[in-house]
Write a protein that binds this ligand. Structure first.
Ligand code: SF4
Ligand code: SF3
Length: 542
């Protein structure tokens, strides 16, 4: 196997024997083949569009879901991935029969094979099949950005929002990563275009979320526990949470959020459920301890799954793109009501969650809420009460080096405000960093996809302050990444013209020295150093 798509890749270069995430070589091979088949069908849909043939939403959804399935920590089930490959190959053959000109199609568009041939084929089509390291680096950078975009599209799709332009781009770009005639410069241009569609994808999801569930608002979230049995919901899918909340009414079972589901509490639509008790635990990587002490069933709606311990494996359920061998999967297509009765029944026989902390955390600072406070914020900036905003959005992870973010947050001068989104926030959202004239020093906009809110806020402040360039704002970017959704957020920020982003705890292994140089020279991308050095660099030493 060879995989280097996430920040925790072995030796900061590539997982070759087994994934640090727990992905086994046979699963990695099927993921490679699924990506290959998905690129193949995308080459067919792209050519069909050129011939004026419309592509059905079901095909777009299939491609989106395929990519999402291969995101880090989403799906460890070989069986589920093989089923997706087979479905994709048969749909591709149907589409091929509608095509007039097949001459320009790449090999991936024409290939088909039986399950017995999958292993051999997978070994020939992985990441290392592109020999030139710069072309490989750019192809993977684009592919990972598209994986992130697919996650955000899928969340919009389940709320019945589609954008054919985004789907068409995603497929055109996937097909382009198979095209040997494209130069490094062509692929750099495509990388930035991916960032443009990243912005569009996040805007689509933002609209889907807020038009369905209302605008997030300032909310205090309980981090303690109640006395009844509970179900813990993790991942990013708000529609799954909504269905579960509805189905648990009157059941005597409470519902808690975990990790990236925390921001659900900020939406008005979920506040009406009396059994929606609070948030349990921290970011994804602590789940082994926290899922054990939770005692009740856990529903993983997306990434990030840590291979479960036997002690709670029979309480772990997956749905949507998520999967784990031996864990029950709850099915349900877009537009269908999923049946969570098995989870609810199991919960009734479980002990209530064990208290691991108590108190409250505050969040809900998505763009609408922050813009409602714009006058106070502008006054605070003009008076000097707020010196700088520090965007610390992104992912959390296991590595000890990520304690940098806790130390950095603690060491920031008291006249700075952290803007955050994603599970990165768990490194500092319980530190009680205080407020500036009533404005909390940690403003949580929501999930990783809500990083879009941070861009909207920046653009609004640029307008209010009458600035020419987004980089003239008193905003510093010190972002942490782990998986591919952070890649699309990064590309989106680059597309918006944001410069000098610091990315840590390490730079992506998939950036070749030459590609990294392009990002450094053109966008001022940099890694992180020590807290002291970085504070100095940002002009924030006291
Ligand atoms: Fe390794 Fe990350 Fe790939 Fe898992 S997703 S195999 S940890 S690079
Ligand atoms: Fe976290 Fe997996 Fe990325 Fe959505 S849950 S930010 S790592």
């Amino acid at each position: 196997m060879f995989c280097y798509q996430c920040q925790e890749t072995a030796g900061c270069s590539g997982c070759t024997r087994v994934g640090v995430c727990g992905k086994q070589p046979d699963v990695a091979a099927m993921q490679d083949l699924l990506v290959y088949a998905t690129k193949g069908i995308s080459a067919v849909t792209t050519t069909l569009r050129q011939e004026g043939v419309a592509i059905q939403p079901a095909v777009n959804h299939m491609i989106t879901l395929n990519l999402f399935t291969t995101i880090t920590n989403a799906n460890f089930s070989k069986e589920a991935i093989i089923a997706r490959i087979q479905e994709t190959l048969s749909e591709k053959d149907l589409l091929l029969s509608k095509l007039t000109n097949k001459d320009t199609l790449p090999e991936a568009a024409l290939w088909n094979g039986s399950v017995e041939e999958f292993d051999t084929k997978a070994a020939a089509v992985g990441v290392l099949s592109t020999e030139n390291e710069d072309i490989r680096s750019l192809r993977e950078l684009i592919t990972y950005g598209l994986k992130g975009l697919s996650a955000y599209s899928k969340h919009a799709n389940v709320l019945l929002q589609d954008n054919e332009e985004i789907d068409a781009f995603m497929q055109r770009a996937l097909a382009a990563t198979l095209d040997d005639s494209l130069s490094a410069d062509d692929l750099i241009a495509l990388t930035l275009e991916t960032g443009k569609y990243g912005v569009d994808g996040m805007a689509l999801l933002d609209n889907a979320n807020t038009s369905t569930y209302g605008n997030p608002e300032i909310t205090k979230v309980n981090i303690g526990v109640g006395t009844r049995p509970g179900i813990l919901v993790s991942g990013h899918d708000l529609r799954d949470l909504e269905m579960l909340l509805k189905q648990t009414q009157g059941s005597g079972v409470d519902v808690y959020t975990h990790s990236e589901m925390l921001p659900a509490h900020y939406y008005p639509a979920f506040k009406k459920y009396p059994n929606f008790v609070g948030n349990y635990g921290n970011a994804w990587w602590k789940q082994k301890e926290e899922f054990e002490s939770f005692h009740g069933p856990i529903l993983m709606t997306t990434n990030c799954i840590v291979p479960p311990k036997g002690s709670y494996k029979d309480r772990l359920y997956t749905t949507g793109a998520a999967g784990y061998p031996g864990c029950k999967h709850i099915s349900g297509e877009i537009g269908e009501e999923k049946d969570f009765s098995a989870i609810i029944e199991q919960a009734k026989h479980c002990a209530p969650p064990e208290e691991i902390e108590r108190g409250e955390i505050i969040g809900g600072f998505a763009h609408n809420q922050v813009l409602a406070l714009a006058d106070d914020i502008v006054t605070a900036v003009k008076s000097g009460a707020i010196r700088k905003f520090v965007v610390m959005a992104g992912c959390d992870g296991r590595m000890k080096s990520r304690n940098y973010y806790t130390d950095f947050a603690k060491a920031l001068p008291k006249d700075t405000v952290i803007l955050t989104a994603g599970c990165a926030k768990y490194k500092y959202n319980k530190l009680n960093l205080g407020d500036i004239g009533g404005i909390p020093r940690v403003l949580d906009a929501g999930q990783c996809n809500d990083s879009y809110s941070l861009a909207v806020i920046a653009l609004k402040l640029k307008e209010v302050f009458g600035l020419e360039d987004i980089n003239e704002l008193p905003i510093i970017y010190n972002i942490s990444w782990y998986e591919q959704k952070a890649v699309i957020v990064l590309l989106a920020l680059l597309y918006l013209g944001v410069k000098n982003i610091h990315l840590g705890p390490t730079l992506p292994a998939f950036l070749s020295p030459n590609v990294a140089k392009v990002l450094v020279d053109n966008f001022g991308i940099a890694g992180i150093g020590s807290v002291e050095k970085d504070l100095k660099l940002f002009g924030l030493s006291e």
